[in-house]
Design a protein around this ligand. Sequence first.
Ligand SMILES: [Zn+2]
Ligand SMILES: [Zn+2]
Length: 341
Amino acid sequence: MHNLVWTGPKMMEMKEAEVPAVGDNELLVKVEAVGICGSEIEGYLGHNSLRVPPLVMGHEFSGTVTEVGGQVQGLMRGQRVVVNPLLSCGSCNQCRKGLVQLCSQRAIVGIHRPGAFAQFVSVPASSVHVVPDELDFFRASLTEPLACSLRAARRAMERHPFANVVIFGAGTIGLLAFLVAQTLGASRIIVVDSNEARLATPQQLGAFATINPKEPNFIDKVKQWGGASGTDVVIDAAGFQPTRDAAVQIVNPGGTIMNIGLGIDHTQIPINVCIRSEISILGSFSYDAQDFHDALELLKSGKIDPTQWSEIRPLYEGNQAFQDLVNGRVAQAKIFLTPNN
Ligand SMILES: [Zn+2]
Ligand SMILES: [Zn+2]
């Protein structure tokens, strides 16, 4: 089979490999659609210590079951599936609490084992969800990033269900957080991104306003758009010093700042302001089983359709796709790769 192997910073090559062996409790999946994740762009550049070359990335994917391990029950060849790539041990303290995304033995398909930038990938049978025929493979492969955004947005909005929401970042995660916030009943949603091409999609899909943070007085403008209610929820899907600063300035006393963007690690935040104004600062990482399930349900409902904000390229153009993403030459929020055509 063909696969796309990351061999070092800014280098990806198509190679020939054996079709993966399938363990007793595993399935072989023929990959029909795989999205490129923002974290993989960082990985491609060599900025992510978890990703060690040579590596086949790809963790947002769907496909068709072509082989079933001897011990697997209830799944068969030909079924259309989406894979939850986050594998957990099931026995550590966090797993026992249901927080599988915080498992001490956490492993991710496409990071710790070969991923879906390949024609075939083997996965534990317990990691797949069957996809109905009405849901195409591209939308199905959005389950993973949508689960991330769903977890962040609903936890942020738990105490503020009909609030005005400000979202930093209009890449896939920010855009999906916007769509989830809309679905959950947010009032005015304001999307902020310094890449103006990316603001077109939330504008078209009903954002109250969008803004480039380089505009003069941007914080005042965002506050004004919140009207008398102000902004109870800020979701930061970027994660840099300026966005974290702005979040504290924008959010109402008693409000919630949800951090999901991993832009940089160390950041200065005025904690005394957060104490005196009882601002909740939360973090959200990937998803638990319920989030993944609910993300798939939301996609089945047809409320989220990536057609106008995504593009499709063959796997063999993957290296070019990564270069285009790195160089900011991609206006769409998501690129899907197709390994089998
Ligand atoms: Zn990802
Ligand atoms: Zn565990």
